[in-house]
Design a protein around this ligand. Sequence first.
Ligand SMILES: C[S@@+](CC[C@H](N)C(=O)[O-])C[C@H]1O[C@@H](n2cnc3c(N)ncnc32)[C@H](O)[C@@H]1O
Length: 276
Amino acid sequence: MNKEIKRDGQTVSKIFDNRSLEKDYRTLVPLLKPGLKVLDVGCGTGAISKGIAKQVGPKGSVTGIDNTETFIISGKETYQEVSNLELIHADLFQFEPREKFDLIVSARTLQWLSNPKEALIKMKSLLKPGGQISILDYNHEAIEWVPSPPESMQLFYATFLRWRSDAGMNNQIAEDLPDYLKEAGFDSIEVLNSDEVYKKGDENFLSKIGIWSKVAGSTQMVEEGYLEDKNRLKAIEEYNQWIETDAEMMVMKLKEVRGIFKKIENNDIRSRMPFC
Ligand SMILES: C[S@@+](CC[C@H](N)C(=O)[O-])C[C@H]1O[C@@H](n2cnc3c(N)ncnc32)[C@H](O)[C@@H]1O
């Protein structure tokens, strides 16, 4: 059973809306050819899906699904003009589309599941034979801050990782994705480095590294007894101050991992059916 994550709709919608295909899923771009039928699993508000829709053009299409309704409502309003993009409020495990897809992508979503391999098997069932999958996800254990952030935030972050791991989430899923894809039955696995590097002076530096005060804005870990509220508030205050004064750089480690759902050739079928 996947943990229910209490997301503050507006704050999180803003984080997602600030993402784009070119910056936040840049390694995917070369895979996107006109005419492809793409599924984006865990699309959030659809900001990245919209960029994919542009690349696959009017003969292609993108279906974005997300099981948080507020994100889909927000995305439907923001991207209503994008005619080849459809956003649907649906859970991956219950999603039964009429047609299968050429390409399934999923960014920063499997990190939230306690059953990522089952998710990959479900995604495989939604692909056409010969179709491709691309998963982008984090290694949260390997985050780098320069210089080190205040101790209050280090404590918050360590608690966040423990809370995630207690709920069955893999904090370094980026490293395990190649094995997960193999075990789910994908071939031709490829791994691409897709780190997010934010340096002082970059556009959006403050908002990008400020993601951790937004994460600490949620009271879920306090409600579940992992953290005292005063320590959560201290982490937010001291981290916000550190961002303004000391912060030089943050690197969030990500990998894009791809695989192919191999077509079964006629010869293969014959060799698997010895009585034919
Ligand atoms: C961190 S967000 C990523 C959003 C977007 N892909 C991005 O990279 O900005 C993960 C999303 O996955 C969605 N999600 C989690 N489990 C899901 C499931 N079982 N089915 C569909 N969506 C799911 C969440 O609601 C959330 O919007």
